[in-house]
Structure formats: C-alpha cells, structure tokens
Design a protein around this ligand. Structure first.
Ligand code: 9G3
Length: 566
C-alpha cells in the first residue's frame, strides 16, 4: 500500500476523550475513528489487523471442525419472547420495528437464532455433535460505552454454538474449544489467563473466561503464584485452613462505643485487631432479610451469596430497614438480637473466631467476647467472602495474587436452557425425542485487537506483534525529491511485494520527521529507510520493538526480512 494513496489520518495530539492507551493509539495511528459513542469505523490499517486476528481465529476453529456460517443481525422478537429474554433484557438489547411494525432485536448474541435454526434442520443423534460459528457484528446498548473498542455498542464477536446428545459430548467440545482458545490467544501474542467464572444468568454450569492481563481491565482475577489455579474474583475460593482457636470463651459484655462505626474504628477502640471483629451486613435476598456475617477483615461476595441461595436478586438492605428490623444503624448491628428470627449465614472463617466484637443492635454499643454458636445461632456456614491476596490457593499450591484483566473470550456449558425454551429436540438411538444439549463460546474480536495494543505499545506508539501487524515492512523514502532514493525505494517496494512480503510504503512528500513519527505510531515491526546512502545501494533497517538498526545492501534486504518473520 502506498501512503500517498492511503487513508491513514494520524494525529499528533492525544485525543482528549480517550483515557486509555489502546484507545489513544488506535485513534492517533489512524486505525479507528468514532462514528458515535461506542460505535467505530475501522480505517484501512485497523481493518487489516482485524483481518489477521480473524484469520487466526478461523484457522483454529476450522481445525477443530467448527462450521463457519453467518447469521443475521436482525432477529425476530418472537424468538426472544420464546426464551423470555425479550423482557429479561432491558435497554441494553437494541430493538426496532420494520415497516410492517413487526419488532426485531439487533443481535446481541445468537443463542435464539442458532437454536431455532438447528431445531428445524437437525433431528437425529447421528448428526451430533456439531459446532457452528460466525464472526459477526453484535449490538449491545451499553449504558456507559468507554475505553474505545474495549466496551463498544457495536462490536465484532466470534460466537460459536455446539449441539450434543449427551453431557459427555458437551464436555469434550468444551475442552476442545478451551484448547483452541489457548492456541488463538497464544498465537496473537497475548499474556492471558483462562479463569473459572460465574455462569450468572446464562444458566448452564461450567464457564471459563479468557482474560488478557491489563491494568485497564474491568475484571479482577485471582491466580495462584505457583499453580495453574485462576478464577474471576467473583468465583475465587481459598482453602478453609482456619484453625480452631485455643483461647477459652470469655463472658459476653456490652460496651459503650460512642461514635465508633467502622470495623477499624471499633477494633481500635476496643483494642484488638480487625480480624477479631464480626462484620454484620443485612441483605435482602429475593424478598427475605438475611444477616450475613464475615470476619472483620473480609468482604461479602454477593455473587457467592446469590449462588448459595440460587436467588434472582441479592442486595444490601437500607439503613432504614436495619433500624426497623434490628433497632440500630449499620455501624451497630449484630447477630445477637431479640427481634423475630432472622436467618444468619456466616462465612466459614467466622466459625473459628473466639471472643469477637459485634454490634449490639443499639446505637453506640457493641458486644465483646462474642462466641458464635454460644451467643447466636448460625443457620449455615458457607464460603461467602471475596478471597484476599495472600490467601492460600484452593489447590493447596501457592498463594493467591490479584491482577486486572480484559475479558476477551468466554466458554459456557449452556445445557438445555435454550433447547427447552425453543423445543429443539433430536431423535436418539431408540428413536426417542430428546432435548438438545448446548455449549456456546465467544471471542470479542474487536476487543481483542484493543487488548493487544494495551499489551504491545511503548511511549512512541503501537508495537504490533509480528503475526498480526498491518504489514510486515514499513518502507520509508527520506527525500522524495532525490531520484536515486525514490528509484531504490520504488524498486524495493516492487521486489519485496513480488516475494509475498506485505509493505506499507511511505512515499508521501512529507518531511522525514513526520514519517518517522508516523511510523513509530503505526507500529509495523520492521522499518526500511531509503536515505542518503541510496546511491551506494545501502538502506537502513530498524526493528520497532527493540530499536535495533543496521545498514543493509538492498540485495540483502529480502533475506533479512524473511529471516525476521520466519
Ligand atoms: C443480550 C444482551 C447482552 C448480553 C446477552 C444478551 C451477554 C447475553 C451472554 C452471552 C453468552 C454467550 C454466545 C457467545 C459467547 C457468549 N450480554 N450475554 O446473552 F440480549 Cl443486550 O452472550 N453468547
């Protein structure tokens, strides 16, 4: 591609409304432009990189026998009514009416479409298992689109769906797809972790998320520093390696603790560590109140609470409700109370606390020497806390560390949720109609592109990994007015391309400084500069990543490039 004919509008300045590096650089290097909030155009260089990312995905999915197809973005509302998701999803699901006033969803995902398609076309166990995938534009009307391609309202996703006659078959497909994802993200050069995740509203059981490690990631993951254990923080667990305390139980006392509200304040006031405190929170789980207890230094994990109760809603009660129910505000509530019995659920760590402190359900008073099971009854002990850095890894191997990640892929075992709703069955060997079992698998393609830039850049611009750079060589001619330079550069442009090497040729009449700055921004791994020594046939070769450069005779250039890319 000649830059004199190319559409690569680079920017000198950092755009004001871009807060993360990948968003800034993709704009400045002329890869994308925002059309509306959360909606982007991919300019030529951005489209090229997108193509390479997609080709890696296609190769790996085709190699495991998945069938590429393409489904419509316009989805009839009826399908979403059948699965109950038309109402389950609110404004995030973009909807429109056609000229006959029939309702459609703009596809946020395609479980409904693919399941209804398979239902009508596939009816025998002989045709199972089968996996279909597409690389297609998705629409989700995010409340706060931000971070460029990382959280857009129109984005490109590879979504795959597998259909099975048994859970063993689903397990195999899940494992195969998991391995394919690992190969994809490894080939794309990403530093990623596959983490145990929460299947949430998706129903289904197992699910893993593929996280590209990055400080701008929205998710927090916990992983062992010495083993392969890794989980989304919502799901991360630790070894309940609490030991029985030898301390003997002291007698319960009520102390005045004026104006002491937080665990830290009360603990300091009483004179013991915050681990000796009993944190009491009043939750509304579905419609009933539950007192939730954790050790003073732990945090309640509402996802674990939700999964424990299989609840559809879990939220903190208001201070008003706490006062009505327990007679005190948040800083003074506790599990020892006289009101009608409220269920008490406690984290395992609470079981082993001796002589703890907790609110006395009276403003400005706390109990000390509180002992669970003696002074109050716990309906059930469970793992309901967030793990902390340094907690033992649940496999007993190492300690947990935290990192932030960008979710670039997820694999789900869906089970029969959609097939039941859409009555998608197949005839088994005995000729009996059975409900299809499904898996679904996503990769955020445009998000992955941004995650790569987050992991591959320096202070001058993007530093593309070799295998997905918009071209292999960036060829610059220093002075477009010098015939010998232009002649040599033109000759190299033709000869390299004839060898199948992709070249971005900066043949513009810009001055050298602009060309070098743009080249650093765009981030092509290898730069060939034709300058003063063109008359002797020599060019300069510079590696973008390391800055290493050397003079080469133009006859050596091809081998050097092929060497660099093999
Ligand atoms: C919606 C909207 C947003 C959504 C969904 C539906 C997330 C929705 C979960 C998935 C699960 C898998 C197939 C590929 C891999 C991920 N956000 N999810 O279903 F209507 Cl507005 O998309 N789908």
């Amino acid at each position: 591609m000649r830059q004199s004919q190319a559409f690569i509008p680079t920017l000198k300045e950092v755009p004001a409304d871009a807060d993360i590096v990948s968003h800034q650089l993709l704009l400045r290097a002329g890869f994308i432009r925002q059309t509306a909030s959360g909606i982007y155009s991919f300019l030529p260089l951005g489209k090229k990189v997108l193509q390479y990312v997609e080709s890696v995905i296609r190769e790996e999915l085709d190699s495991i026998g998945a069938n590429e197809m393409l489904m419509p973005a316009l989805q009839p509302a009826e399908l979403w009514h059948q699965t109950g998701r038309w109402d389950a999803f609110g404004p995030e699901l973009m909807r429109l009416n056609d000229r006959h006033d029939r309702s459609f969803a703009l596809g946020a995902t395609h479980e409904e479409v693919i399941t209804s398609l398979v239902k009508n076309e596939l009816n025998s166990y002989k045709k199972l298992p089968i996996t279909m995938y597409q690389i297609q534009t998705k629409y989700r009307d995010e409340k706060r689109p931000r971070f460029g391609l990382l959280r857009g309202r129109e984005f490109i996703m590879k979504d795959a769906y597998s259909f099975h006659d048994s859970y063993e078959s689903l397990d195999q497909a899940y494992e195969t797809m998991y391995q394919a994802y690992s190969r994809i993200f490894t080939r794309l050069g990403l530093n990623f972790r596959a983490v145990i995740a929460d299947s949430g509203a998706m129903g289904g059981k197992d699910t893993h998320e593929f996280m590209a490690l990055s400080d701008v990631g929205e998710d927090v993951i916990a992983f062992s520093d010495t083993s392969s254990y890794a989980a989304n923080i919502e799901m991360a667990i630790t070894l309940d390696s609490y030991q029985e305390s030898e301390a003997s139980m002291l007698s319960l006392e009520k102390l005045a603790t004026p104006n002491q509200r937080t665990m830290q304040e009360v603990s300091d006031f009483i004179g013991h560590s915050v681990e000796q405190g009993l944190k009491t929170l009043l939750f509304k789980i579905d419609q009933s109140f539950v007192l939730v207890l954790t050790r003073g230094d732990h945090e309640v994990n509402d996802i674990k609470l939700k999964n424990l109760y299989q609840a559809s809603s879990v939220e903190l009660a208001s201070e008003e409700e706490a006062k009505q129910l327990l007679g005190a505000g948040f800083g003074s509530i506790g599990p020892i109370h006289s009101t009608e019995d409220i269920e008490i659920v406690a984290d395992y760590a609470v079981k082993y606390i001796r002589n703890a402190t907790c609110g006395a359900n009276e403003e400005g008073y706390h109990f000390v020497n509180v002992n669970p099971d003696r002074d109050f009854e716990v309906s059930q002990y469970a793992d309901i806390r967030f793990v902390k850095e340094g907690d033992p890894s649940p496999d007993g191997n190492g300690k947990l560390q935290f990192a932030r990640g960008i979710e670039i892929g997820q694999v789900f075992k869906l089970g029969t949720f959609y097939a039941e709703k859409l009555d998608a069955t197949f005839l088994n060997e005995q000729g009996k109609a059975k409900t299809l079992i499904m898996g679904c698998y996503g990769i955020g393609v445009s998000r992955t592109l941004a995650a790569i830039v987050e992991q591959y850049h320096d202070d001058k611009g993007i530093v593309w990994p070799k295998q997905i750079a918009p071209s292999q060589v960036h060829l610059l001619v220093m002075n477009g007015k010098k015939d010998d330079q232009v002649a040599l550069a033109d000759d190299l442009y033709q000869s390299l391309q004839s060898q199948g090497i992709t070249v971005l040729y900066d043949d513009r009449t810009e001055r050298a400084g602009i060309k070098f700055a743009d080249s650093d921004l765009i981030g092509i791994p290898l730069r060939i500069t034709v300058g003063k020594r063109a008359s002797e046939g020599y060019v300069e070769c510079k590696r973008r990543e390391t800055g290493e450069q050397l003079e080469l005779h133009h006859t050596e250039v091809k081998d050097y490039i092929q060497n660099f890319y093999q």
